[in-house]
Ligand binder design. Structure first.
Ligand code: DOR
Ligand code: ZN
Length: 343
């Protein structure tokens, strides 16, 4: 197969940031995807519907000229105002809400300290059909960083599914076979996004010939057996597994640093990177289901009507993206040649 025509895909997990970075990175997403779930971990975080409505306007200005719809999320805290949250959902401002366990990842200090403290908020979300998006790691110092997803599934995710029966949950950027098994056990109420980096690399890649800060993200890359489980899930066409890049840009100097930030900037190479995986697995026929069908099905939205054509026509991924005077950002697979391109 050398040409693939599919419904326009969506990215169900992206970080756009704000200001100069937003202006430089958002067009990469808008050029490929019809919609994207925009993560709210700005500084300060997007915690109210008014903040989300303003942020949406700044995103729309950054992607002017593209037929692209940003879908906004609310950053949950211990003090989330339930009426603003549910009102914002009913008004079409919030598509979903994001649970960052406090201190689990970048800009999560204001996150939720104990998920049961916000049980009434989660119950109200369940009642109104508003999905909960979780960063699924238990950030306890005594738990090994490679085991934090499984620890979260056992201690938080499964109890949440049990105790709040109607709540729909996305296990964001699933990285383990345990996460894949949880989706299979609990769908259609539980879904998962899968990133290109977790499909392409196991944890060896972080140390390949030296430390590789541009592949460092959270949840961190895992063992090969987990990568294989993710590849099988993504390319199976099964409902519940869908595209979410977790594109998380950080300026180069903040990653190539003594304490480098977590986050892989996947947006520029997103579709060609996923296509590499699907081609290697002999599953190009399942790509549309993963990229364009399963996500909207989970969210209860229609799939995009527009079609795009992907071609087997080798193209280099840009080595860096300049961010005005601030510096530059290194994309996933920057400088590599990829077999597929999207226009
Ligand atoms: O690697 C990550 N980067 N993981 C996250 O959960 C947050 C993200 C970011 O915002 O940089
Ligand atoms: Zn993320």
């Amino acid at each position: 197969m050398t040409v693939l025509t599919i419904r326009r895909p969506d990215d169900w997990h992206v970080h756009f940031r704000d200001g100069e970075i937003l202006k430089s990175v958002a067009p990469f997403t808008a050029a490929q995807f019809g919609r994207a779930i925009v993560m709210p971990n700005l500084v300060p975080p997007v915690t109210t519907s008014a903040m989300a409505a303003d942020y949406r306007k700044r995103i729309e200005a950054a992607v002017a000229g593209h037929a692209f719809q940003p879908l906004m999320t609310c950053y949950l805290t211990d003090a989330t105002d339930v009426s603003d949250l549910i009102g914002g959902h009913k008004a079409g401002i919030f598509t979903a809400a994001k649970l960052y366990p406090a201190h689990a990842t970048t800009n999560s200090a204001a996150g939720v300290t104990d998920v049961w403290r916000i049980k009434p908020v989660l119950e109200a979300m369940a009642e109104s059909g508003m999905p909960l998006l979780v960063h699924g790691e238990l950030p306890k110092p005594e738990i090994d960083v490679f085991d934090r997803e499984k620890a979260f599934i056992d201690a938080i995710l499964v109890p949440l599914l049990d105790r709040i029966p109607k709540l729909k949950i996305v296990l964001e950027h699933v990285t383990t076979k345990d996460g894949v098994a949880a989706v299979r056990a609990h769908r259609p109420r539980l879904g998962a996004t899968i990133t290109p980096q977790h499909l392409l690399f196991n944890r060896n890649a972080l140390f390949n010939g030296g430390i590789r800060p541009h592949l460092y993200c959270l949840p961190v890359l895992k063992r090969e057996e987990h990568r294989q489980a993710l590849r099988q899930a993504a390319t199976s066409g099964e409902p519940g597994f869908f595209l979410g890049t977790d594109s998380a840009p950080h300026l180069r100097h903040l990653k190539e640093a003594p304490c480098g930030c977590a986050g892989v900037f996947g947006a520029p190479s997103a579709l060609p990177a996923y296509l590499k995986v699907f081609e290697e697995e002999g599953a190009l026929d399942k790509f549309e289901t993963f990229a364009s069908i399963n996500g909207p099905r989970f969210y209860g939205l229609p799939p995009n009507e527009e079609r795009i054509t992907l071609r087997k026509s080798p193209k280099y991924v840009c080595e860096t993206v300049e961010i005005g005077k601030l510096g530059d950002i290194v994309p996933l697979l920057g400088g590599d040649q990829l077999a597929w391109s999207c226009g």
